[in-house]
Design a protein around this ligand. Sequence first.
Ligand code: NAI
Length: 333
Amino acid sequence: MKILAYMVQPYEEEAFKKWHEENGIEVDILKQELLTAETVEKAKGYDGITTQQVIPVKDEAIFKKLEEFGIKQISSRTAGVDMFDGELAKAHNVAITNVPGYSPNAIAELAVSHASQLLRNVKKVNKAMETGDYSWNHELLGREIRNCTVGIVGTGRIGLTAAKIYQGYGAKLIGYDKFRSDAAAEILEYKDTLEDLLKEADIVSLHLPLFEDTYHLINKDNIKFMKEGAILVNTGRGALVNIDDVIEGLESGKIFGAGIDVLEMETAYVNQKIDLEKIKGTAAEKLTKMDNVVFTPHYAFFTDEAISNIVSTALDNVKTQVETGNLVNATNM
Ligand code: NAI
């Protein structure tokens, strides 16, 4: 068996080497090449491929070629697969497989860290220090997590992990989810509506997938229900919030602070070195500059544990299908 890996990043190479050594299967690596209608030619002669890219894979020519080469799967080294046209792939008998859960702790820990930095005004303190002001300014008086009510919106793998971390701090936990889980119900009190949660939570932490019914779930119509001094954390997907409405809330003081890891427009900058002109006037530029915002570039998943799990699961997905004909983690069939 031979596997071709597209767009392998330097931080993934060690994990690829480890999997190869453990499984004795040849994996050839393309370091800078995305899967496109041109580069798909390189997959000829391989049994399976894996890629990790935010650039769309929606050109029918790609799926046609894979079918011709007898490759039955694109194994994506991501959880989300919105960059693929799953229906088109299916029409050519190409499965899109993913890595559904690689380390909920990675994302949950960053979400909690963003909230705690906001409660303790870390960015404001650092900015004051840059001007020589090291004083215990009244405006910088922090708050403790144990005195907060934390609202977990989406109590799945990541939301529940975040809830458990907050539980350790002694926070009061409430939650909202369309499909309640028994495990979450053991540690948090479910609210019947998002509005009920927003009215009570000091920290609102979003851990939902992006669907039609979660698009711009947080917007000016419900931001108005948030408590004075509340913090909003989004490590889910950018489009879960109307970011212009959130920025308005931050500027007016309605929202005390925001921890933002994902933005609707993030393909313009994620995992790239960009000319700052490219984001001039955008939400990304504004959030970077605001001292009541902790902003990271879709960075929550990025830990050694998560990368190792992503690479090994994606390669296992290929191995299982090639060896047994069975698909694991298929998203489109
Ligand atoms: P999960 O599937 O375990 O949990 C999602 C939860 O959301 C489920 O409990 C589900 O019932 C709930 N839900 C779905 N639709 C809903 C709705 N309309 N209203 C209320 N609740 C709803 O997913 P997991 O693993 O916890 O991941 C959550 C999200 O985190 C992912 O979908 C992804 O968008 C994001 N993510 C972000 C990463 C980052 O680096 N920032 C990395 C990995 C995931």
